[in-house]
Write a new protein. Sequence first.
Length: 131
Amino acid sequence: MNSPLQTTALFHMGPVAITEPVIVTWAIIAFLTLFAIAVTRRLSLMPSKAQTILELFVGAIDSQIRDTMQVDPGPYRTLIGTIFIFILIANWSSLIPGIEAPTAHLETDAALGAIVWPVFSYRSPLWPSIC
C-alpha cells in the first residue's frame, strides 16, 4: 500500500526531487498564464462575449469576497481569484486519463497554505496579526 505522503521522484534538479505533482502544477501554471495573456489581449469598453463571461466570473469572485469577508474585494481579488482558478483547474486535471490532481498530494496543499496564511494574517483587519 502506498503512503499518500510519498511520491516517486521523476528526476532531480540538484538536490531537489521533481515529482509528478510538481510537473502537473507547472503545466497548469503555464496553461493559465498563456490563457490569461490570450484572453486579455483585446479588452475593450464594448465587451465581446468572451470578455462578458470573464467579467461575470470576476463579479462572482468579488461577490464571494464581499459576502464572506465583508470588505472591499479590490485588495483580495487577485490572490483569492488566482488560487480559486488554480484549485479549480488542478482538481479538473484529474479528469485527464493518467494524470492525478496535484491537490491530491499534501505538498501542494501545504504550499497553498504557506502562501495564504502569512498574507491574510498580515493584510486582513479581520484576522489578528501573529507576525
